[in-house]
Design a protein around this ligand. Structure first.
Ligand SMILES: *Cc1c(COP(=O)(O)O)cnc(C)c1O
Length: 451
């Protein structure tokens, strides 16, 4: 496409009203939610950028497929269509449906890990880390050293530190590493892509030591498109060919279909290992359901079968990546510090640089997220000390863009609100914790402003 304007490659067939709130109402709502945006009623949010997970709009093809959903307990044809579509892209021998990504993680780590084990990942997502730890293993993040610096521009800033992985294997020993995980794109690391070259190097190193490689595939399509745009030798390949090549390097994957599955719910676990697959299906039956539905309705399987294919369409991916960059570029050009370059599904504001007067113990990311809500009813999420406690590397506020949901004028409004908050940033105060749960505390924590 040679035009400068990239427009949304869809028309809108069904709309959902947004209910207006005033600043005074939002002050009350925020206090009632204990300054934790997870505790807000969604109906009191104007633009919801909390997550891109399960919040996207489905296509007419997906809605049509939903009507074909077969709700048989065992052997549903919807499962056959789901499995065929997933295998067409992912290529693994076994496809195990789950109700979402974390269920796939829990089953994978319960089967593969024992106490004392170590699981390396370029960067663990929060539920991935929690599930590794819940299996008694240690979750080790191995991002590139440069990835810790928000302003550094790198085409594949999500890559794993291969030398770091080699050193870790030498230090703890192959026996204590039941698997290595590679997250594409690297969500907690800023939505940054992983190159094919890096995946190839990680795969070669794992296989040299006989360690299985699993891909956390939630944003495989966005990652494939970044490879097409940025990695030499891939410009003429389709996103699907690129995704297929990446999965051919791995032994299995976990997937949340709420991301690049373009569905509102669902996930799956894949493996090429017959013995593991049997154990995984046994566990699946215990908590998720029979292996031909795994906690999903037949109609969900149909929506995913269509969605994983749609996520690889080039018109869609071009718009998706361009619209995320649009938000990032428009705030960065006014000096707002963001993780550079803009990622696939989200823009991450560097809250430590935005609010240098707020110490880390006072959660600058949570304070900034609260302020964006007060100013304009925008819901974002902190990825920093509240989410990861001592394991936090950065203090970020993530603005995740739901797929095919908001238009450019919504994003223009978000830009305007962020710039208003940027103007009076010196007046923003930190927060202190008044309640925390023993794990994944960010979902339910209570906070209050520090005077
Ligand atoms: C969302 C996500 C998960 C977990 O998936 P859920 O469907 O939310 O359980 C795991 N890893 C990454 C990278 C994710 O983005």
């Amino acid at each position: 496409m040679s035009t400068k304007t990239i427009f949304e490659p869809f028309r809108i067939k069904s709309v959902e009203p947004i209910r207006w709130t005033t600043r005074a109402q939002r002050e009350d709502l925020l206090r009632a939610a204990h300054y934790n945006l997870f505790l807000l009623p969604a109906g009191d949010v104007l633009i919801d950028l909390l997550t891109d997970s399960g919040t996207g709009a489905m296509s007419t093809h997906q809605w049509a497929a939903i009507m074909e959903g077969d709700e048989s307990y065992a052997g549903s044809p919807s499962f056959d269509r789901f499995k065929k579509s997933v295998q067409n892209i992912f290529g693994f021998a076994h496809v195990i449906p789950t109700h979402q990504g974390r269920a796939a993680e829990r089953i994978l780590f319960s089967v593969m890990c024992k106490p004392g084990d170590v699981v390396p990942n370029n960067t663990h997502f929060d539920t991935t880390r929690a599930n590794v730890e819940s299996a008694g293993a240690e979750a080790v993040d191995l991002p590139l050293p440069e990835a810790r610096l928000p302003e550094t521009q790198l085409p594949f800033k999500g890559n794993m530190d291969v030398a770091g992985l080699e050193a870790l294997i030498a230090r703890v020993g192959r026996e204590r590493i039941p698997l290595v995980m590679l997250t594409v794109t690297n969500n907690s690391g800023g939505g940054q892509p992983v190159s094919m070259e890096n995946a190839r190097a990680v795969s070669a190193l794992c296989h040299k030591h006989g360690i299985p490689l699993y891909i956390d595939a939630c944003r495989f399509a966005e990652n494939a498109y970044f490879i097409k745009l940025r990695e030499p030798g891939y410009a003429d390949k389709s996103p699907k060919q690129i995704a297929q090549e990446m999965f051919s390097l791995a032994d299995g994957c976990t997937m949340s279909a709420k991301k690049d599955g373009m569905a509102n719910i669902g996930g799956f676990l894949c493996t090429n290992n017959d013995i593991l697959a049997r154990q995984e299906k046994d566990l699946l039956i215990l908590t998720e359901g029979y292996p031909t539905y795994g906690g999903l309705a037949g109609r969900d399987l149909e929506a995913i079968a269509v969605g994983v294919q749609e996520s690889l369409e080039e018109d869609y991916l071009r718009y998706r990546i361009a619209s995320t960059a649009y938000l990032g570029d428009h705030i960065a050009e006014h000096g707002v510090p963001i993780v550079q370059p803009p990622g696939g599904h989200a823009i991450y504001i560097d809250a430590k640089a935005f609010l240098p007067h707020i110490p880390q113990q006072q959660f600058p990311g949570v304070a900034l997220a609260a302020e964006l809500y007060l100013e304009g009813g925008i819901r974002s999420v902190e990825i920093g000390s509240l989410m990861f406690a001592a394991a936090a590397r950065m203090e970020l506020v993530r603005l995740a863009i739901p797929r095919r949901t908001y238009t450019q004028s919504h994003i223009d409004y978000v830009v305007e609100i962020i710039l208003k908050v940027w103007q009076r940033r010196a007046l923003i105060k930190g927060l202190r914790l008044t309640y925390e749960a023993p794990f994944l505390r960010h979902f339910t924590a209570h906070l209050e402003p520090v005077d």
